[in-house]
Design a protein around this ligand. Structure first.
Ligand code: AMP
Ligand code: MG
Length: 403
């Protein structure tokens, strides 16, 4: 049995970033940039108006009120460049290039217009309301460094500098094998001795929540030969194989033997944490890694978020420090922990006007799917954490990306 930090290090050491691929930008949400994205021109490319108003020469409005003659207009997208001469002004709209001769834009709200003249109530500050050429970035400057996760706004920055294809890290192909003679599909009739397969749908959904879409699961019998064959097959087709159930020490728990029989090298089997203790990780040469997760639904969820997700994120190109999502959030009420073993307590987020607080979800055991259904993630309770008063910042490990 190893400690959770040791297991986490083994995960990070034993997975590598996947090769770089070039993809259309619109398919890259959530991907990790393998190459920096640079500005293809100055941003903005010219001095631009930040407001609807009038382009003026500040010197003409040194003492106000003052009236200037209106001689033209530039709207956003207009290529016109009407010169602003002394004593004149040009109507300008947000996003339009500032015309030659002007050095300031006055907001329309601070003016009153007649037919051919505009009266200005107060003297503007020179260069007011102008977005300066290249004030955001110069041509060639890095907009998004290598390693950036392409969020919606990062995709906006890339699109604005003309990038239609980008180099990103590959995403791992993942499959889920559920073991257990008791398992039936949700659509099957179930006897009192049987259990519906909830981990299959749940883990595929967890994968999708974090951007690993399209994963499928299969259900296998508790049979060494069957499991060996299916594991051998899976590791030849996928980068990451999740086997759920059958990883403990019961006489029908065949997974660890099947992994070895299929040619896997066990990296660890048993982690000092609750739930999730029987967890197993193995590698198959340089081809694939396999995780064996305990079958109890809360154990499977915790094991997935503690170790599988970091492996997937690392393979997708993220830095090791950000592979396991966590936030520090205050506890909604006092919490006591028996100590002794690291625990992951199901918890939910309560949104308050002042921010989020975390409250534990009461659960009877790691088989408690009802509690699982209410939880947004887990609170990490270290062996030494004992009495935690309300308001204590606790490490919360979310089960989906948070807003
Ligand atoms: P195991 O890890 O195989 O010892 O299973 C532990 C518990 O989890 C048992 O009660 C199983 O019936 C249950 N279990 C295992 N796999 C699943 C699954 N895919 N869906 C729902 N429950 C499961
Ligand atoms: Mg089982």
């Amino acid at each position: 049995m190893i400690s959770p930090p040791e297991a986490f290090s083994k995960v990070i050491e034993n997975v590598a970033r996947l090769p770089v691929v070039s993809l259309p930008l619109k398919e890259c949400l959530g991907r990790v940039l393998a190459d920096a994205i640079r500005a293809d021109r100055d941003m903005p490319p010219a001095d631009r108006s930040a407001m609807d108003g009038y382009a003026v020469r500040a010197a003409d409005l040194a003492s106000c009120p003052a009236t200037l003659r209106l001689t033209g207009e530039v709207a956003a997208g207009s290529p016109l460049r009407p010169r602003v001469r002394p004593g004149t002004c040009v109507r300008i709209l947000t996003g339009a290039n500032v015309p030659p001769g002007a050095d300031t834009v006055v907001m329309v709200e601070q003016t009153s217009a007649e037919d051919e003249t505009v009266t200005f109530r107060a003297a503007p500050r020179p260069r007011e309301n102008i977005l300066r050429r290249a004030e955001n970035a110069r041509k060639g400057e890095v907009l998004l460094p290598k390693g950036t996760v392409l969020s919606a706004s990062a995709i906006g920055a890339a699109a604005s500098s003309g990038h239609t294809r980008v180099k990103v890290h590959g995403m791992p192909r993942v499959t889920v094998l559920c073991t257990g003679a008791e398992l039936r599909d949700a659509s099957d009739r179930v006897g009192v001795h049987q259990e519906r397969n909830s981990n299959g749908p749940s883990l595929c959904a967890a994968l999708a929540s974090w951007g690993y879409r399209g994963c499928r699961y299969a259900t296998l019998a508790d049979n060494l030969a069957v499991q060996t064959r299916r594991i051998r097959q899976a590791v030849s087709q996928y980068d990451v194989v999740l086997v759920v159930g059958g990883v403990s020490v019961g006489c029908y728990d065949y997974v660890s033997r099947a992994v070895e029989a299929a040619g896997g090298k066990t990296l660890f089997h048993g982690v000092a944490m609750k739930p999730g203790k029987p967890l197993l990780m193995a590698r198959f040469g340089r081809r694939a890694v396999l995780f064996g997760l305990p079958g109890n639904p809360l154990s499977a969820m915790v094991g997935f978020h503690e170790f599988v997700l970091p492996a997937l994120r690392r393979m997708s190109g993220l830095a090791a420090e950000v592979c396991r999502p966590a936030i520090y959030t205050p506890l909604a009420a006092d919490l006591t922990h028996k100590g002794g073993t690291q625990r992951h307590m199901p918890a939910r987020i309560r949104w308050q006007p002042t921010g989020a607080v975390i409250e534990p979800v009461e659960s009877q055991s790691s088989a408690d799917l009802v509690a699982g259904g209410k939880a947004d993630g887990t609170i990490l309770l270290l062996p030494q954490s004992k009495v935690l008063p309300a308001g204590t910042l606790v490490e919360f490990r979310p089960w989906r990306p948070l807003p």
